[in-house]
Design a protein around this ligand. Structure first.
Ligand code: CTP
Length: 402
């Protein structure tokens, strides 16, 4: 098999196991080669024959483990792979991986593995959100395991929420991203995204309408280009982008603390809509209405500027710091001033006046402002904009290394 394209696919026993067949089909279309381990549970949902026909290779299963070990030991299975992909990954295999169990061919191969691992979880929403599963996933992420999905939607069990296996095309894209060295391989990137929530009391907060779409798309594009990417995000309705190390925060203070914790990096992109102010003091208890009384006065205080903190000169300063400027008038003029004031290298100026629909919308129209001046970009989807930005970043680093 060609090096750089060999995937050991582990299909575990979830209702989404049948979609693993599509992962194989889509992956082969894009040049990936598969060897497959089908667990006992997986074989309840798909037959070894269908997997073997689609993958063009025999299927390894603990049902025949003695024969399998004789023909191709679990060590060789992983050594001869460039990537191990677990799709679908059930709560059970995630728990086994997190705790180092090795009681069948799949878990034994995973424990003996030293290759990159990508998991595509799929399960009921309550299971997915269970603290035990979340803790296991966090353990795996901390060990460098990559996670794609799950997405939100109707689940096979009839409930609705997070837990759906990521789209097979997204799984294949994430696998390819990990297998192919990209223009930013070897570089570290950090992205802030989404809004921040500033607590007024235990139930109320000051927030904004940022959807996080642009920041998440940039993080995904950086990761796809090979950068080791950390995403620090406020509350959004979006799934964690594939291939990124994601930290969820609420307030600007938490975003700053996480950001500082993850420096140094080579590239920083501040796409978050950080609340400029926060209540000077968070009420310890829910504020009550006073009968006939006047509404409470909330005193605000200024939040730290995360972009300006990252971009300030010093030993930890990233080589390239990129900010956004959300403006409703004199977009280029105000953004040019903002670039100087915040000392960032580039700024993406976008018009967020209500009629543009940029806030929460799928598209964005920006000017890229660099040391040489503004450059108008066409209206692009947020994904296309992210890809164009990452191509620019890659060109910049290539130039710098020449
Ligand atoms: N930003 C930040 N921390 C803040 C405020 C903003 O990191 N406390 C970053 C944003 O992520 C964005 C850039 O600064 O990259 C510009 O944000 P914007 O809201 O346009 O600018 P402000 O600094 O808030 O200025 P103003 O509201 O006066 O336009």
């Amino acid at each position: 098999m060609d090096a750089g394209k060999r995937v050991l696919l582990i299909i575990t026993g979830g209702i989404a196991a049948y979609k693993a067949l599509d992962v194989i089909r889509r992956g082969r279309e894009r040049g990936l080669q598969f060897r497959v381990i089908l667990t006992k549970g997986g074989a309840e949902f798909v037959t070894p024959l269908s997997v073997a026909s689609l993958s063009g290779s025999r299927v390894y299963s603990e049902l025949f483990s003695l024969t399998d070990e004789a023909e191709m030991g679990h060590i060789r299975l992983v050594r001869e792979a460039d990537l191990v992909l677990v799709a679908p990954a059930t709560a059970d295999i995630i728990a086994k991986m997190a705790h180092g169990r090795a009681d069948d061919l799949a878990s034994t191969a995973l424990l003996a593995n030293d290759r990159p691992v990508l998991i595509a979880p799929s399960m009921n929403v309550v299971m997915w959100n269970h603290p035990a599963v979340q803790a296991n996933v966090a353990t795996l992420r901390a060990r460098g395991v990559h996670v794609v999905g799950p997405g939100a939607g109707d689940l096979a069990c009839g409930e609705v929420g997070d837990g759906r296996l990521a789209d097979p095309l997204d799984i294949v894209a994430a696998a390819l991203g990990l297998l192919t060295p990209g223009p930013l391989t070897g570089l570290k990137a950090l992205v802030t995204s989404g809004p921040t929530y500033e607590a007024i009391d235990p139930v109320r907060f000051i927030g904004n309408r940022s959807s996080g779409k642009q920041g998440h798309a940039i993080a995904a594009a950086l990761a796809a280009a090979g950068a080791h990417t950390t995403l620090i995000t406020g509350p959004t309705a979006l799934p964690d982008p594939a291939g990124c190390h994601v930290h969820h925060i609420e307030s600007a203070a938490e975003m700053l603390a996480q950001t500082l914790d993850h420096l140094p990096v080579d590239i920083a992109v501040a796409a978050a809509a950080v609340s400029d102010w926060r209540p000077a003091a968070e009420a310890a208890q829910k504020m009550k209405k006073q009968e006939g009384g006047s509404p409470p006065q909330i005193t605000l205080t200024t939040n730290p500027d995360i972009l300006a903190t990252i971009a300030a000169p010093g030993p930890q300063r990233p080589r390239l710091v990129i900010g956004f400027a959300a403006e409703t008038e004199k977009v280029v003029e105000y953004a040019t001033l903002k670039r100087q004031k915040k000392q960032c290298d580039w700024i993406l100026a976008n018009d967020v006046s209500a009629e543009t629909g940029a806030f929460g919308g799928a598209d964005n129209k920006v000017h890229l402002i660099t040391a040489t001046g503004p450059e108008e970009w066409p209206r692009l989807s947020k994904t296309e904009l992210a890809q164009r930005l990452v191509a620019r970043i890659a060109a910049q680093f290539k130039k710098a290394s020449e």
